[in-house]
Ligand binder design. Structure first.
Ligand code: GTP
Ligand code: MG
Length: 323
């Protein structure tokens, strides 16, 4: 059982730079328990307005390498940086996550950088509740930049859109020189589009194309901000300063337009929604288990019974006015 005093001591120690305490705090946030509500409320109350940056885009485009490069520039500017990489929990991805960690390895001993991987844990490819809870923790602990690396699949795009302030969409040359290369979903969410691997000869064509579609308004969110296209090479360290400048400019835009605050409330709304979903699903699980335990007749009539259970549970929940 996690006591309040224990969590408070972890927060206090983490604030003083104790990385193990921070690690433990994040582990607590990975599970939803009866303590979760007040821990989140406590952390949210200490929010320092961290800049949450989503880095998304096609697999292998160089997101992790780019983040590692960005960290250097952000650290030079004096920012404390936290990175959350999302593991899509597929057996195929374990290598990718290892790769993510490896590519950011150079920052492992920097006390101003904290890197953590989380799984999507059944969140249909979206950001998990734990990832969102961790953003709250990093925000409360004074990390200036919280970077979230996600794979561009499933629900992650809509989640990233609701949970972050600035979205960097990473693409690369040779991925096809049309909008298809960006895949449905990321077209409308980016604030900054990056053509990475610009050390490759085909890159300038892709860059020209991206500028063209950005000019035509075919990419980016609707609103006052005009998407910026940056060309980078994380291998050569090219264009990284420009990318960080674009990210900073976008933050300035959010602050000046008042959007920074509305993004914070949208992030909190998503957190509450995912928390509610989790609680209802757990409840359903429990009721279904209890009901099925009563079923003695084996597989015969099992499916019929399962559907009945889903119905009755649903009705029960509605009667409880959990909607
Ligand atoms: N030529 C070139 N290769 C790069 C560049 N950036 C990354 N790569 C290579 O591209 C591969 C993928 O890089 P990652 O940084 O792991 O890409 P990612 O988008 O994080 O990949 P996933 O997380 O697996 O989707 C690695 O082999 C990198 O060395 C670049 O600017 N130029
Ligand atoms: Mg990666």
């Amino acid at each position: 059982m996690v006591t309040k005093d224990y969590v408070l001591s972890l927060v206090e120690r983490a604030e003083r730079g104790d990385r193990r305490a921070l690690g433990r705090l994040l582990t607590i946030l990975e599970d939803v328990s009866s303590e979760t509500a007040w821990v989140l409320e406590y952390l949210a109350g200490r929010s320092r307005g961290a800049h949450v940056i989503g880095v998304t885009g096609i697999p292998g485009s160089g997101k992790s390498s780019l983040i590692s490069r960005m960290i250097r520039v952000l650290r030079d500017k004096g920012y404390r940086v936290a990175v959350i990489t999302i593991d899509p929990t597929s057996p195929l991805s374990s290598g990718a996550i290892l790769g993510d960690r490896l590519r950011m390895q150079e920052h492992a001993t920097d006390p101003g950088v904290f890197i953590r991987s989380v799984t999507t844990a059944g969140a249909l490819g979206g950001l998990s509740l734990s990832a969102l809870a961790m953003i709250e923790a990093f925000d409360a602990l004074g990390y200036d930049k919280v970077i979230v690396e996600t794979v561009g699949v499933g629900q992650s795009e809509t989640h990233v859109m609701h949970a972050t302030d600035t979205i960097v969409v990473v693409t690369m040359p040779g991925a096809g020189d049309d909008v298809q290369a960006l895949k449905a979903g990321v077209l409308e969410i980016g604030d900054i589009y990056v053509v990475n691997k610009s050390d490759k000869p085909e890159a300038s064509k892709t860059y020209e194309y991206m500028l063209f579609v950005a000019e035509k308004g075919e990419i980016g969110r609707s609103g006052a901000w005009k998407p910026v296209v940056v060309k980078t090479s994380s291998t050569l360290g090219m264009g990284i300063r420009e990318l960080v400048e674009a990210v900073e400019k976008h933050l300035e835009h959010l602050r000046n337009s008042g959007e920074k605050l509305s993004r914070l409330s949208s992030r909190r709304r998503l957190l509450v929604k995912l928390l509610a979903e989790k609680i209802v699903l757990d409840l359903l699980d429990k009721v279904a288990e209890e009901e099925l335990a009563k079923t003695q007749e084996g597989l015969e009539g099992f499916y019929k019974r399962a559907i009945e259970i889903a119905r009755t549970t649903g009705e029960k929940l509605l009667n409880l006015k959990i909607q």
